[in-house]
Design a protein around this ligand. Sequence first.
Ligand SMILES: O=P(O)(O)OC[C@H]1O[C@@H](O)[C@H](O)[C@@H](O)[C@@H]1O
Length: 314
Amino acid sequence: MERKNRPSSIAMSPSLPQPSVDLKDGVLTATLPSGDSVQVYLYGATVTSWKTSNGQEQLFLSTAAVLDGSKPIRGGIPLVFPVFGPPPKDHATSKLPQHGFARNSTWEFMGKSSSESTSTKADDSVKLDFGLSSAMLSADTKSKWPVEFGLVYSVTLSKSKLEVQLHVQNKGENAFDFQCLFHSYFTVKDISNTTVSGLAGASYVDKVRGAQTFKEESADLPITGETDRVYTTPSLPPIVVKESGKDSLITTRDALPDVTVWNGWEQKIAGMGDFEPKDGWKRYICIEPGTVTGWTKLEAGDAWEGSAIFEAKL
Ligand SMILES: O=P(O)(O)OC[C@H]1O[C@@H](O)[C@H](O)[C@@H](O)[C@@H]1O
């Protein structure tokens, strides 16, 4: 099914450049006339590539990522739902795997829509919708989280920007709790010249230091060793990755107060079988917007939406 968000009567002349969208063997590729492109695997609805018009790949994908649907894809933007990290004991999600099941379930492509620039009169963005519902889960997963839900994940590509939005719907008769997060891996040229700003004053749980809580002092946080922190930023400041002092990626958010900053560094990455090349830790940083420090409660029939926009500064 294909959806356009404007009536066909005002569709532009076919001679004007349009985005191309192609779904083949479970992999969807969309390219804008500007040259920006995105690739999404239906497996996990995982975005595995986001290239800007200068040809630069913005997402880090392990060269050993398993792409055959047998385990979550290492790199890109895996989706974390309905639990972040190892599920807590005595919680409704306790039987689920780490980071839940969204990243290792096969989603359906629901269609695309385009929007048109007023200046060029040509389509300069494309929105791709993916769906996952309880009815699509394996019997095993369903038995581990017997909840009636519907998810719509929208990936919108525009010039130098990628927007990701998750819509969660409670289709059952009982309330449920969930966490969700966009586990985005971004490329950097050199982690030792990479800093993250926008976090000053935020409290964070440092998983490297015994899951204790600290307050961020740094206005421009350098990454100097294994980093695995969950920041809580209720005022939703933009999170800016800088490389050699220059802005390279700006993340803005809606309804996602938490941000995980993760780099496994040399030793942890050495122990990850699906992370290659082994020195790849020098060239990625995870900036993961989500809502994961508490639980979002969704009453029967209710819906919730959260989103993030990643802007590459070329
Ligand atoms: O190996 P996984 O399940 O993809 O998780 C990778 C990392 O994901 C991060 O979000 C977590 O904060 C880390 O603790 C974890 O190591």
